[in-house]
Structures are given as structure tokens and as C-alpha cells.
Design a protein around this ligand. Structure first.
Ligand code: F0G
Length: 406
């Protein structure tokens, strides 16, 4: 049960003990976190548990980790030039153990499941959560059960869930339908719910803010941009930054903006039509299947992050996503379509003057390119040549034509 029994809103983890912490507590944390980087202990090497002072307390023996987090912050060059934003970075969360940002949250939630004595975990998913839950459950020697929208999950993600031995049930519905069914199933079957309704998921996911601040040498970026689906990621990122500010480790917050696919834009519509008061549900449709969600669970938390950080909520078309993905790929950075929505959104925000050239901007790339290779088949500007005759004359002739064009 992760909803309040009175108002049925999602619950949230809070840390009242921080208020009474001795002066210098927070500053000392920075040093402790830094020292742990060189440690061989799994709970120190993890990019989540390294920050455990700011997480729910879990006994060492119950921590389930695969060294999640610890993802690179990569400075973008081509996109920076074309957008005239010299300080543009990508935080590549696709470099996590199962290839998406989900691992940081799943490590936290599965450790709680272990501490609570569960032997089954479950989730509904557009793919990445199921891959992550399956892998971490296998590591924890638990059973996992995942509900997937039949025919709507990218092949790489489905392959992962199967490889990691999940019980995979495909339902004839979309993600929203799967989550609705799961909500009923967990009341009647003793499996621990791993979707982001589970507040511990957000605790793991918020550590991306801490890691990012270390990588930027504690200079707060002006703007962080995430894609939005079920809206937990933006919520977690905002929570992380707000906690750092509460602890006095940073003075100001970045703007956090959330980008949705135009065909799966409930948050955009909610902000536009009633300023975030009441969720506008939609029938979601997008080729960025990770974010094909019309009834997002964490919408209220996301609205409050947008308002608290003065961020924007923007939608991007299928073509804009494909174009942005190709551009990132052309500078050696592979990500899945949902992740590329961030660059597509940034272009819109920059042309509207919402982002200006002196600003430091971080795009959170949520998933690895290999998750969804089928998407490439319809991508623009790809150059797969042949089949052709296997002789050097043919190859040289082809290369000369290409060379002349560049
Ligand atoms: N990007 C990727 C690659 C995702 O897999 C997801 C969500 C998001 C962005 C959106 O994050 O839901 O926190 O707003 N994937 C979920 C899943 C729904 O089941 O894997 P969000």
C-alpha cells in the first residue's frame, strides 16, 4: 500500500531527523561520499548506496546492488554548436547495469523488499522497469513477475526480462491498463510492488542529482531536462535537488523541465489546461514506447517539481524525436527514443528563449540505444549500403562517391 488511506495520494519518504542534525553534518557528507569512491565494498562502489545518509536505512546484508549509478556526464559538441549552448551536457543513465536509469530506483526498492522479507516482486512496465526488476530480483534470489502491454515493448527490453528469468505476462492492453491490473493483483498476491508508486524507487532515483552535482563540482546547472512518462523520474530528480538545498549543500535549484511525446502528453495538457490542478488523461500513442503513458501515477509530484523549480513542460513530435536521436547518434551518443525527447525539447525551449546561451544545461538520457534497435529501421538519414559485390573495386567506387559528398 503506497497510497495514503485518507486522501489516496502517493506517499513520500521524508527525513525529519535532518532538521536536528549538527552543524557541519552536510559538509562532512561530501567528504564521506568522495572517500567511498575508492572503496572496494559494494555498498560504497554503488552510485546509489554511496549516498546512503540521504536514503532510507537498510542493513548492509539487505542491500542489493550491481554498482548502479556512476554514469558518465558527457559534454555535447555538435548539438552545443548548433544550439549555441556551449555548456551542454548529457547525463547518460543508459550506462546503468541493465541499460536504463531504472536501476538506481530498483536497487533501493528491492533492498527494501528484501528487508521486509518478500520473496516475490512485480511491476507493470513499458519495458525498462521490467528488465531492471528481473535482473535485480535474480541477484536477490527472488521471483519476479512483470505485466507488459502485449506487442508494445521494445525487443531488447523483453529479451532482458526473459534472460533474467522473470515470469512475463503480456496483457492485451496498454501500460496504463497493466498498472491498473497490477494494483489489484498486489492486494491478492504476496508480491512487492516495484513500480514508481513505491516511494523507495524515487529515493534511489534521486541520487542522480547528487552524482550530477559531484560531476559539476557542486556548481548548480541552470537547467536539467528529463523525458516524462509515468513522471517518477522528474519527481525524483526534483526531490534530490530540493534535499540538497534543504541540507545547505546547494543554494539554488536548477530549472527542471519535463518533455513528453506529443501523442502521450497528459502532463503538458494538465499544465496547459488547468495549471496542474487536475490530471488530463490521454490515450497514449508514440513510437517512443518507453513513455507511451496516458495516466501517469506521479503527476502531482511532477507538477510540484515544475512549479518549485520554474521548469517548463513541453511536447515534441515523432519527427522531432527521431531527428534529435539521429543527431545524438551522430556525435557518438546512442540512446533510446524517449531519451532523445530531451534534446528535441531543448531545441524548442531554446528557440522560445526559455534557455539562453550562457546557461549550463544537462539532458538526462534515460536509456541505452541497444534497448530499441527496431526504431532505427525507420530512422532518417541512415546509410546502410549494399549488399554489394565483395571486391575492392566496388567498395572503392562506393567510397569515392561518399567522399565526394563530404
Ligand atoms: N525514459 C525511459 C527510457 C523510460 O523507460 C521511461 C519510463 C521514461 C523515460 C519515463 O520515466 O516514467 O519516470 O517519467 N519507463 C517505465 C518503464 C514506465 O516501465 O520502464 P518516468
Amino acid at each position: 500500500m503506497f497510497r495514503c488511506t485518507q486522501c489516496s495520494e502517493l506517499v513520500e519518504v521524508v527525513y525529519p531527523e535532518w532538521t536536528g542534525a549538527p552543524a557541519g553534518f552536510a559538509l562532512r557528507l561530501k567528504e564521506i561520499w568522495q572517500e567511498r569512491r575508492g572503496s572496494p565494498l559494494p555498498e560504497n562502489a554503488s552510485g546509489v548506496w554511496r549516498f546512503r545518509e540521504l536514503l532510507p536505512q537498510v542493513e548492509r546484508g539487505n542491500i542489493v546492488t550491481m554498482g548502479e549509478g556512476n554514469t558518465p556526464l558527457i559534454q555535447l559538441k555538435k548539438a552545443a554548436r548548433s544550439l549555441k549552448l556551449p555548456n551542454l551536457f548529457a547525463k547518460h543513465q543508459g550506462m546503468n547495469p541493465t541499460g536504463s536509469f531504472k536501476d538506481t530506483g530498483i536497487s533501493a526498492a528491492i533492498s527494501m523488499a528484501k528487508a521486509e522479507g518478500f520473496s516475490w516482486v512485480c511491476c507493470a512496465s513499458t519495458g525498462n522497469t521490467s528488465a531492471s526488476v528481473a535482473a535485480y530480483a535474480a541477484r536477490a534470489e527472488m521471483q519476479s513477475m512483470v505485466l507488459l502491454p502485449a506487442g508494445q515493448v521494445a525487443a531488447g527490453k523483453l529479451a532482458q526480462a526473459l534472460e533474467y528469468d522473470a515470469h512475463v505476462l503480456q496483457l492485451r492492453t496498454d501500460f496504463d491498463g497493466c498498472l491498473r491490473v497490477l494494483d489489484e493483483v498486489v492486494r491478492r498476491f504476496p508480491a512487492y510492488l516495484m513500480n514508481s508508486l513505491n516511494p523507495y524507487r524515487l529515493e534511489g532515483q534521486k541520487t542522480v542529482a547528487f552524482e550530477l552535482m559531484e560531476q559539476l563540482d557542486w556548481k548548480v546547472p541552470d537547467h536539467v531536462i528529463v523525458p516524462g512518462g509515468n513522471l517518477a523520474n522528474g519527481s525524483a530528480l526534483g526531490k534530490g535537488f530540493m534535499e540538497l538545498r534543504e541540507l545547505g549543500l546547494i543554494k539554488n535549484l536548477p530549472r527542471i523541465s519535463i518533455i513528453q511525446a506529443a501523442g502521450a502528453n497528459p502532463l503538458v495538457r494538465t499544465m496547459r489546461e488547468n495549471n496542474g490542478e487536475e490530471l488530463v488523461r490521454v490515450n497514449a500513442e508514440t513510437r517512443a514506447t518507453a513513455i507511451r503513458i496516458g495516466n501517469p501515477a506521479s503527476w502531482r509530484k511532477a507538477v510540484s517539481v515544475l512549479k518549485n523549480t520554474s521548469g517548463a513542460c513541453e511536447e515534441v513530435s515523432e519527427n522531432e524525436i527521431a531527428q534529435a536521436k539521429a543527431e545524438l547518434g551522430a556525435e557518438g551518443i546512442g540512446c533510446e527514443p524517449a531519451s532523445a525527447a530531451t534534446l528535441a525539447g531543448l531545441k524548442k525551449l531554446a528557440s522560445a528563449g526559455f534557455v539562453t546561451s550562457a546557461e549550463t544545461v544537462v539532458l538526462v538520457l534515460t536509456g541505452h540505444m541497444l534497448k530499441d534497435v527496431d526504431y532505427m529501421k525507420q530512422a532518417p538519414g541512415q546509410s546502410l549500403l549494399g549488399p554489394m559485390e565483395p571486391d575492392s573495386d566496388t567498395v572503392i567506387k562506393t567510397l569515392e562517391q561518399i567522399y565526394a559528398r563530404h
